[in-house]
Design a binder for this molecule. Structure first.
Ligand code: GDD
Ligand code: MN
Length: 409
């Protein structure tokens, strides 16, 4: 039996753009029209489309883009509600693209739209997989950076290249052009958090990927503020560790372990302080330092490791109590395993090392199951309820989950 397909009602390739420029935005109301205009002026010879991915910016960026889209059908918008994250926004934009080539650039004009032309030309002439606009081809210093950010950027750059073994001068550039098919393949393994999407794509894309670079000058922001903050830096550290040294570990565990490391610093600082205040009473000082470190760890994990299922309000107290209990269990196992290994081998560093690892794993699993998981389930139930949003918003004073992640940022 032959199947007769209806006459094609669409023109397969004629109205397909050559390239889609994905622009992630958060509070870029005053920049977005300028960048769209500059892209249109630069790409006058190339059929293109712009997809703005806005995380429901409080400044009304979405409304501005909607009116731009009404006037110019080459501009589209995706508004994501209840979510934040630069990498995730770029990925969604690229997945929604209709073209085979996709570019990502910032909205604040720190990336020069005219650079898109040499990027497209290079891609056509070399048939490469990705063209990275690099800040470091000609000049190792970026004029728009403060000296602190320059130092951080250089260190991060060196670290990324060494740990992730990627071959490019600017693996942390936010400005690149690539084949959509490669993004689609890597997408399930890409991290949604943080700013370092390109480094992640380069790692997941593997060594077979053909990379080219064009130089550009990272300019000053047109208006508004950068969203790169401590949390973004923390995400970056987690991504680096999770993807390099311990490729097999979940990023959540790496985040939990990093917070644990910070807890050791808090513990030592508190211990010193309490020993001084309490006239060298070690037992009391050690108890206070332990409680203080656990409390700090609980709050840090709540906003960093479990920010997507963050506990708020009165439930914080219950969460803290359960967290301290699960940590006690971890501490018990830590001592037990260290003792067993020390008795068997007599090697103190091995015993302590294994003890710390077992204790950390125990804390992680227990707190995931008892502290954050409990609230997570409750959130899932509420999401399924008919008036999801109304119920989520702390109805009945019972719900301890923050409104969707990042809203308070
Ligand atoms: N949708 C969405 N969601 N967009 C976001 C978010 C978010 O959570 N956070 C930031 N953006 C958008 C901004 O509105 C801007 O268009 C772009 O992402 C870059 O954000 P900036 O806050 O301007 O970042 P930056 O200038 O400090 O960092 C730039 O340089 C880094 C390397 O030093 C970016 O290009 C980074 O990607 C790059 O890694
Ligand atoms: Mn910027």
């Amino acid at each position: 039996m032959t199947l007769t397909l209806p006459q094609a009602t669409f023109a397969p390739d004629a109205d397909r753009p050559l390239v889609t420029i994905v622009i992630p935005t958060f509070n870029e109301r005053d920049n977005i029209a300028v960048i769209c205009g500059r892209i249109a002026a630069s790409l006058d010879r190339h059929p293109f489309e712009v997809i703005v991915v806005d995380d429901d910016s409080p400044d009304g960026t979405s409304a501005v883009v909607e009116s731009l889209a009404k006037a110019d059908s080459r501009i589209r918008i995706i508004t994501r509600t209840g979510r934040r994250g630069l990498a995730g926004a770029c990925i969604e934009g690229m997945l929604a693209a209709r073209s085979e080539l996709v570019a990502v650039m910032d909205a604040d004009l720190q990336h020069e739209p005219a650079t898109l032309v040499p990027m497209l030309d290079l891609m056509a002439s070399t048939k490469c997989d990705i063209v990275i606009a690099s800040r470091y081809v000609d000049d190792p210093d970026v004029a728009a950076f403060s000296s602190v950010r320059q130092a951080l950027s250089n260190a991060g750059n060196r670290l990324v290249r060494a740990l992730l073994r990627v071959q490019t001068s600017d693996p942390m550039s936010g400005f690149f052009l690539m084949r959509r098919s490669i993004l689609v393949k890597a997408e399930p393994r890409l991290s949604r958090d943080g700013f370092k999407l390109l480094a992640d794509i380069l790692v997941q894309g593997g060594r077979a990927m053909k990379i080219e670079e064009v130089p550009y000058v990272f300019g000053p922001r047109l208006t508004g503020q950068s969203k790169l903050d401590e949390r973004v830096l923390f995400d970056f550290a987690v991504l680096l560790i999770a993807k390099s040294v311990f490729g097999a570990l979940p990023t959540r565990f790496v985040s939990f372990a990093l917070v644990g490391g910070l807890g050791v610093i808090v513990h030592l600082a508190l211990l010193g302080l309490m020993l001084y205040v309490l006239n060298d009473n070690f037992l009391l000082s050690q108890t206070a330092a332990t409680l203080g470190a656990m409390t700090a760890n609980f709050f840090l994990n709540n906003v960093l490791t479990y920010r997507d299922q963050r506990i708020v309000g009165i439930d914080l107290l219950r969460g803290l109590a359960v967290f301290c209990l699960s940590c006690s269990c971890g501490a018990f196992n830590n001592i037990l395993f260290a003792h067993l290994i020390y008795t068997a081998t007599g090697i103190w560093w091995l015993a302590t090392g294994v003890g710390i690892l077992v204790g950390a794993a125990c804390n992680y699993v227990l707190s995931a199951l008892t502290v954050w998981r409990r609230f997570d389930k409750r959130q899932d139930r509420e999401k399924q309820a008919p008036e999801g949003d109304a119920v989520l918003s702390k109805g009945g004073g019972d719900v301890g989950i923050a409104q969707p992640p990042y809203v308070s940022r």
